[in-house]
Write a new protein. Structure first.
Length: 61
């Protein structure tokens, strides 16, 4: 995967989280849980893209 694509996806995820945190009225606890889940998924995806995490090849992202 090209570096530009990885950076673009990270920017899109960041904009999505910013949009959710600022414009969608939700309880603070739910926003925190959503942020944590998204960050964990992005970290796992990034580790897979970089080839550091190779044990989860059967999962379709």
């Amino acid at each position: 995967m090209a570096l530009i694509t990885v950076i673009a996806i990270l920017i899109l995820v960041g904009v999505f989280l910013w949009f959710v945190n600022h414009y969608i009225p939700m309880d603070g606890k739910i926003k925190n849980i959503l942020n944590i889940v998204v960050v964990i998924l992005v970290v796992i995806w990034l580790l897979q893209v970089l080839g550091i995490l190779t044990g989860i090849k059967n999962m379709n992202w």
